[in-house]
Write a protein that binds this ligand. Sequence first.
Ligand SMILES: Nc1ncnc2c1ncn2[C@@H]1O[C@H](COP(=O)(O)OP(=O)(O)OP(=O)(O)O)[C@@H](O)[C@H]1O
Length: 241
Amino acid sequence: MSVLLSATGLGKEFRGPRRGAPTRVLRDVTLSVAEGEFVAVVGPSGSGKSTLLACLAGLEPATSGRVELAGIDLSTLGLSGLARHRRRTVSVIFQAYNLLPTLTVRENVELPARLAHRRPDERDVMSALDELGLLACADRLPSELSGGQQQRTAIARAIVAATPVLLADEPTGALDQANGRVVLERLAATAGARRAVLLVTHDLDAAARCDRVLVLRDGRLVNELVSPTSRQVFDAVAATT
Ligand SMILES: Nc1ncnc2c1ncn2[C@@H]1O[C@H](COP(=O)(O)OP(=O)(O)OP(=O)(O)O)[C@@H](O)[C@H]1O
């Protein structure tokens, strides 16, 4: 199966506003996600999960090493080339949802297709809204939604965008158990449709639904579990603290 997303020796440092040592957040991270795979990244708070996701999405440049998205080394692209490549290849479900406040739920979900100059597929849009329990709020603005509804709108948008790679930061964070289950099933189905799905999560049951779980500690990948149980994920995370 073809690899859709990879990092090789990825390092990331942030420079503070003043002089002094930079903060090293990621160290020598090497991973790959093939089409059809559903992969989780877990680890303690501050271990670098969101930063890893931002580097994999091309939103943060790597300080060292390489990220390849759909076969292209992101460091070889200029700003506009990177924006174009990202639009075609990756959708991100952000922790903060990043919905456009002046667009309705339906318009937010249709936005990636419109930005790519495609007509949104109405059947896909409606079926995603239906499955995620959003039909009744399709014409509402994000400010008129609960946190969980906003999160599900962001998930519907990423699913409908149908890019080869989908990255999700805590996609079940604001959801109750039933909605969380629906979202995980939808993400698993998305991977099943030969896309690559990588999620960052503190939800160990969600991680246990994935094909593989990568464990991050202090910016390094320290463990990899294949089809683990929730207990195995719990033990692997506990071993990092
Ligand atoms: N833009 C930035 N500038 C400086 N430091 C940053 C920046 N972004 C993240 N960091 C630092 O990098 C470290 C890792 O942060 P990150 O958000 O990636 O961790 P995380 O594992 O996702 O945490 P959580 O589970 O709490 O969301 C933290 O110490 C954080 O303060």
